[in-house]
Design a binder for this molecule. Structure first.
Ligand SMILES: Nc1ncnc2c1ncn2[C@@H]1O[C@H](COP(=O)(O)OP(=O)(O)OP(=O)(O)O)[C@@H](O)[C@H]1O
Ligand SMILES: [Mg+2]
Length: 283
């Protein structure tokens, strides 16, 4: 049986003249948690938008659930609705996503569209708002919140639907440590649940926990693929793809120096689950 959720063959995508994806071929299997790594501009967000059928390949072929995704296919309301029900994208920039007058309306929007009974909507909205510590923002206008608050609203509005395929674009960026833990905990707990999750991130610290497989993008191409352990130990690859970075340290004597390393420390594999997602000291 073919258990591929997504199959890309030689997919390219160009924004007018700007080539963003350049002949990508990859497969994402059902139940896999995949991380997309890559420097700014490498094509992660563009790829997620193609997987969410917001854009379509300008060249090559993208299959989702065994069918070729095309504008014509998604033009059919029923097909479009069925696809949107199965796949949820949390945008990198929440401003693109939020549009309702209040946080409550924003989070309840999807369930309302799906015709959930009112009591279920009220209960689930309450639960998810509490989970992301945004209950107190329920009646606020989402576009007038802080960046991290908006991001939490955007995450809540997608996670409430529990889609079978989740596409997360930098889900922990701009979140405070406690909210980051909540997102990471969800991703850790999604292991072996059958849910397929594709997460674009720059945070190498979290990759081992949130992903079973990694694709590294560079200039719109997949330049490496492997397990988190394989990718994260390849210092040369991380340096070439601008994923390792220099840390500046100031020592007691006031002397500063820098060294290059991949950003993954604070790892204690014997610690209690999630312990490392408490705020950790970054040296
Ligand atoms: N709306 C747009 N119009 C033209 N070019 C775009 C547009 N959006 C992105 N690009 C270009 O496409 C390429 C890929 O961008 P993309 O946003 O997919 O990168 P990314 O890996 O998500 O980067 P980041 O880490 O900064 O989020 C870049 O060269 C970018 O400049
Ligand atoms: Mg991006």
């Amino acid at each position: 049986m073919n258990d591929c959720i997504f199959e890309l063959s030689n997919v390219s995508y160009a924004y007018q003249k700007q080539l963003a994806l350049d002949g990508l071929s990859l497969q994402i299997r059902q139940g896999n948690r995949v991380a997309l790594l890559g420097a700014n501009g490498s094509g992660k967000s563009t790829l997620l938008r193609l997987l969410d059928a917001l854009y379509f390949p300008t060249q090559g072929e993208l299959k989702a659930f065994g069918e070729i995704l095309s504008e014509e296919l998604l033009a059919d309301d029923e097909t479009n609705f069925a696809f949107r029900r199965r796949v949820g994208l949390v945008f990198q920039n929440p401003d693109v996503q939020i549009f309702n007058p209040t946080v409550f309306d924003e989070v309840a929007f999807g369930p309302l569209q799906l015709g959930w009974p009112k009591d279920r909507i009220l209960r689930c909205v309450d639960e998810i708002l509490a989970r992301f510590a945004i209950s107190h923002l329920k009646d606020r206008a989402p576009h007038r919140l802080s960046g991290g608050e908006k991001k939490r609203v955007a995450l809540a509005s997608v996670l409430i639907l529990d889609p079978e395929v989740l596409l997360l674009d930098e889900p922990t960026a701009s979140l405070d440590p406690e909210s980051q833990s909540e997102v990471i905990r969800f991703l850790v707990e999604s292991r072996n649940t059958g849910r397929t999750i594709v997460t674009a991130t720059h945070d190498l610290d979290i990759v081992e926990d949130i992903a079973d497989f990694v694709f590294v993008l560079d200039n719109g191409k997949v330049v490496a693929a492997g397990t988190p352990a394989e990718i994260l130990t390849d210092q040369d690859l991380l340096r070439r793809t601008h994923l390792a970075h220099a840390h500046w340290h100031v020592h007691a004597g006031g002397e500063a120096h820098k060294h290059l390393h991949a950003h993954r420390h604070g790892h204690d594999h014997h610690a209690a689950p999630y312990a490392k997602y408490r705020p950790i000291r970054r040296d």
